[in-house]
Design a protein. Structure first.
Ligand code: TMP
Length: 218
């Protein structure tokens, strides 16, 4: 059995940059890694992502969001994550179930019990072995994220959540901190306002420790 690591945080927390660096770190050490993301990660999941994130789809309500991300996750877990873990891969997932709890639950207002029930029913409550939470201020994150989308010309395609209020994103951030507090054994929080290099070093330390615990030669 491999190891399943998820990476979470608010918009613009820098997780995607760090995942890229982490992937090269694994490559250099010849550690078998599979990087993936949610929503998305499969062909069908990426189609769902397109609908989910497009800013023209403003009318999507939180319950529809829950069903869309769950559909994407069911496909992803069965098509990619479980087979990769069965092949002893280190699976690094850019967002997973905690994002649903934070965004659709804490910020979107769906009862958390319904979200957990849905995860139990369709996904057997699968959880990562380790979850990294990048913590930064909502202002800093949103500015970074909106600038990046603009630079890449994807404000419309990927911008639906960036258009939400500061208050919404503050709820997401507090939600993540609350989940991390409840599951301290699984979560590690990293201060995402430090330099890219020092965050990378801290991330590698945390992951190396986890890999050793799981019996990987690192
Ligand atoms: P990102 O991949 O660039 O972080 O964007 C994904 C967006 O989708 C982000 O705004 C968070 C949102 N999201 C949810 O609302 N619920 C979920 O379950 C997941 C995985 C993502």
């Amino acid at each position: 059995m491999g190891i399943f690591i998820s990476v979470e945080g608010i918009e613009g927390c820098g997780k995607t940059t760090q995942i890229k660096l982490l992937s090269s770190y694994f490559e250099k050490r010849k550690l078998p890694c599979r990087v993936t993301r949610e929503p998305g990660g499969t062909r069908v999941g990426e189609e769902i992502r397109r609908i989910f994130l497009h800013s023209d789809n403003r009318e999507i309500i939180p319950l529809t969001e829950l069903l869309l991300v769950t559909a994407s996750r069911v496909q992803h877990v069965n098509e990619i994550i479980i087979p990769a873990l069965d092949r002893n891969r280190i699976v690094v997932c850019d967002r997973f179930f905690d994002a649903t709890v934070a965004y659709q639950g804490y910020a979107g207002g769906i009862p958390l019990s319904l979200i957990y029930r849905c995860h139990e029913l369709f996904l057997n409550s699968i959880k990562p072995d380790l979850t990294i939470l990048f913590n930064c201020s909502v202002e800093a994150g949103l500015e970074r994220s909106r600038n990046r989308n603009k630079k890449m010309g994807i404000e419309k395609q990927e911008g639906r959540f960036e258009e939400k209020t500061l208050k919404f994103h503050e709820k997401v951030r507090r939600g993540y901190m609350d989940i991390a507090e409840k599951e301290q054994g699984r979560f590690r929080i990293i201060d995402a306002e430090k330099s890219i290099e020092s965050i990378h070093d801290e991330l590698c330390l945390i992951i190396t420790e986890k890999l050793k615990e799981k019996g990987y030669a690192v």
